[in-house]
Design a protein around this ligand. Structure first.
Ligand code: NDP
Length: 244
C-alpha cells in the first residue's frame, strides 16, 4: 500500500501561543512542518514528527528564505504558510519609545512580507497554495494605546486583501485571520505596566475568559481544510463577551 504524504506547511512564530497550537494541530493532521521563531527550544520541545524547527528572526530575509529552501529540499514544495509571528508593544503614543514602533513594523509587517516572498512565486508557478496571514481585530478597528500596533495590523489586513486579489487568478488562496484577545504571551512584551494592568482589567470585564490559542488554531485549520477552490477570505473571531 502506498501512502501519499501531506504537503509541507510553514508556521512563523511557532515557539508559543497561536503558532505553537497551530503546529500541534496541523501535525496531527499529518503535515510535515517548518517551524520558525527566534527561540528554538520550545519548538524542539513539541517533538513533532516530520518537522524541521529553525531559529529564524523573520526580519532576517535571507535566513527565512534559506530555511524555507532547506525544508522544501526535505519535504517538497510548501503548500501553505501561516504568517503568524508578531509582537504587540502597547503604548501612549506621546510617550512610547519609537524604537518599539520600529520593532512592530519590522516584525509584524516586513517580517510577514518576507514570509510571502519565500513562497508566493513557487505557489503561482504550481497554481496551488495558501497564504494565511494572522492580523487582528486591531486590523479592523482601533483601541486605546494601540496606535502603532493598530497601524501594523491594518497594514496586514490591507496588504492581505490586495495579495488575495493578485494571487486569485493563479489559484492561490490568501486568508486573513483576525482574532480578538487570546490568552498567550503577547501582552507580556509591552513595557508600560499601567497599560498592562488596564488590559488585564479589560479581560476581567469580559468574565476573564478570552479565546485560547487552540480556538484560533481551529479557525486556521478550518479555513485551510476547505477544498483549494474555496477561499475563506477572512475570519474575525473573538470571545463572545468581547464587546469591542
Ligand atoms: P505570542 O507572544 O505567544 O507568540 C508570538 C510568536 O511570534 C512567538 O512564537 C515569537 O517567537 C514569534 N516572534 C516574535 N518576534 C519574532 C521575530 N522577530 N522572528 C520570528 N518570530 C518572532 O503571541 P500570540 O500567539 O498571541 O501571537 C501570534 C500572532 O497573533 C501575532 O501576530 C499577534 O499579533 C496575533 N494576535 C494575537 C492576539 C492575542 O490577543 N494574543 C490577538 C490578535 C492577534 P520568538 O519570541 O521565539 O521569536
Amino acid at each position: 500500500m502506498t501512502t501519499t504524504r501531506k504537503p509541507l506547511i510553514v508556521i512563523t512564530g511557532a515557539s508559543s501561543g497561536i503558532g505553537q497550537a497551530t503546529a500541534r494541530l496541523l501535525s496531527r493532521r499529518g503535515h510535515p512542518l517548518l517551524l520558525l521563531a527566534r527561540r528554538l527550544e520550545p519548538m524542539l520541545a513539541l517533538n513533532l514528527p516530520d518537522t524541521l524547527a529553525v531559529s529564524v528572526d523573520v526580519t532576517q530575509r535571507a535566513a527565512l528564505l534559506d530555511a524555507v529552501a532547506q525544508a522544501e529540499q526535505q519535504f517538497g514544495p510548501v503548500d501553505a504558510i501561516i504568517n503568524n509571528a508578531g509582537v504587540m508593544l502597547l503604548g501612549d503614543i506621546t510617550r512610547q519609545d519609537p524604537s518599539e514602533w520600529d520593532q512592530m513594523l519590522d516584525i509584524n509587517v516586513r517580517g510577514l512580507l518576507n514570509g510571502i516572498l519565500a513562497v508566493a512565486r513557487g505557489m503561482v508557478e504550481r497554481k496551488h497554495g495558501t497564504i494565511i496571514n494572522v492580523s487582528s481585530v486591531a486590523g479592523r478597528k482601533t483601541f486605546s494605546n494601540h496606535v502603532a500596533y493598530v497601524g501594523t495590523k491594518f497594514a496586514v489586513t490591507g496588504l492581505s486583501e490586495n495579495l488575495r486579489e493578485e494571487l486569485a487568478p493563479h489559484n492561490v488562496r490568501v486568508i486573513t485571520i483576525e482574532p480578538g484577545a487570546v490568552e498567550t504571551e503577547l501582552l507580556s512584551h509591552t513595557t508600560d505596566e499601567t497599560i498592562k494592568t488596564g488590559y488585564h482589567a479589560w479581560k476581567q470585564d469580559m468574565g476573564g475568559v478570552v479565546l485560547s490559542a487552540d480556538d484560533v488554531a481551529n479557525a486556521i485549520d478550518y479555513a485551510y481544510g476547505q477544498p483549494q477552490g474555496v477561499c475563506i477570505r477572512e475570519i474575525v473571531l473573538a470571545a463572545t463577551r468581547q464587546q469591542a
